[in-house]
Design a binder for this molecule. Structure first.
Ligand SMILES: O=C(O)c1ccc[n+]([C@@H]2O[C@H](COP(=O)([O-])O)[C@@H](O)[C@H]2O)c1
Ligand SMILES: Cc1cc2nc[nH]c2cc1C
Length: 331
């Protein structure tokens, strides 16, 4: 099934050609990524991967690592932004501890999967964030989540993340894999001021310089995070299964860049939910050849941008699945 097939179907529907504007372009994306002229967006699942980052010790985030745990607890009780949006849009949620410094309080609900690779990464500013074995373990965790979701019949997948310090890792990965300069790759994350952002940029520049241009798995392990490596495995497995994935912001896109680097073709299932306020995101999406549904200056993470874009995907699916053809209405 080609893009032309989808355009032909859209043009034959009971409406003037092109009259649904960008919704038609989104319908094409959904049909192509889902490999169907009647793509499904239900049932859908959000898998939120959480982990901590040793580089936080360098003062790169406005928040301490304890906030990762506090937010995971809030997600688990259904009161975080992501959980509220997931509930309102009929999205099932799972939360995965891929490597938090401190696990959430017990009792743990059934939708929490505690498989920490380690209690946070090592500080990427002084050495590799993780070993290749740890990268492989995080990747396998994400891949298993995607496989389980597909086995359970989910037709659309979203990965979200929670990890204080993870925009430093995302900036390193984008600098290394997209080639934009360290300054553009480095944003304010969850609220860094100008002085903090300058420290962060210098750390990003030095960590990537140490790789000397290498972007193999060993090099990427040095600058990744456990939740990011897990999301990369999640995306690669979703692609292997041919299930569409809705990307969130800068951090999830960094994971998609890893997946595309290590498993070329992963991008064929990716739809970009939104353009994050982080300055490197536009170039990262361009490298993957996808354009965002929304440009709303969101920069939360947790899958929130993907969840806000989701009703537009539902609209695109309804168009392809439920609208009559002109030929059938006697017009
Ligand atoms: O993905 C994005 O576009 C994004 C942009 C800014 C912040 N975040 C979120 O904020 C946290 C990381 O911010 P920071 O400043 O601690 O690196 C992490 O939990 C992310 O989910 C996420
Ligand atoms: C409060 C808070 C909520 C978040 N959700 C995702 N990243 C976050 C970072 C902070 C600081």
């Amino acid at each position: 099934m080609t893009r032309n097939d989808v355009h032909a179907k859209l043009d034959a529907l009971a409406k003037p050609v092109g009259s649904l504007g960008r919704l038609e372009a989104l319908a094409v994306e959904l049909a192509v990524t889902g490999r169907s002229l009647t793509p499904a967006t239900r049932p859908r699942r959000l898998v939120l991967f959480a982990a901590d980052h040793g580089v936080v010790a360098q003062g790169v985030s406005a928040w301490p690592s304890a906030v990762t745990t506090a937010m995971v607890e809030t997600i688990l009780t259904g009161q975080a932004t992501s959980a509220a949006l997931a509930t309102t849009h009929g999205v099932d949620v799972r939360v995965v501890d891929a490597g938090m410094a401190q696990p959430p309080r017990r009792p743990w609900p059934a939708h929490f999967n505690a498989q920490p690779v380690a209690p946070g990464t090592a500080d990427l500013s002084v050495g590799p964030a993780m070993s290749v074995d740890q990268f492989d373990a995080a990747w396998a965790l994400g891949a298993a989540e995607a496989q389980a979701a597909v086995d359970q019949g989910y037709r659309l997948l979203i990965a979200g993340e929670m990890g204080i310090g993870n925009t430093t890792s995302a900036a390193c990965l984008t600098h290394a894999l997209v080639g934009i300069d360290a300054d553009t790759a480095t944003g304010s994350g969850a609220g860094a001021d100008a002085a903090m952002r300058a420290i962060k940029r210098d750390i990003v520049a030095k960590a990537v310089a140490r790789l000397e241009g290498r972007t193999d798995k060993g090099a990427l392990s040095a600058i990744a995070g456990f939740e990011i490596a897990a999301m990369a495995g999640f995306y690669a497995e979703a692609a292997a299964q041919g299930v569409p994935v809705l990307l969130d912001g800068y951090v999830t896109t960094a994971a998609a860049l890893i997946a595309e680097r290590l498993c070329p073709g992963t991008r064929s299932v990716l739809i970009a939910g939104h353009l994050s306020a982080e300055s490197g995101h536009r170039a990262a999406l361009a490298q993957l050849g996808i354009s965002p549904v929304l440009e709303w200056q969101m920069r939360l993470g947790e899958g929130s941008g993907a969840l806000v874009a989701l009703p537009l995907l539902d609209s695109a699916a309804a168009l392809l699945c439920d609208v009559a053809r002109l030929a059938d209405i006697g017009a």
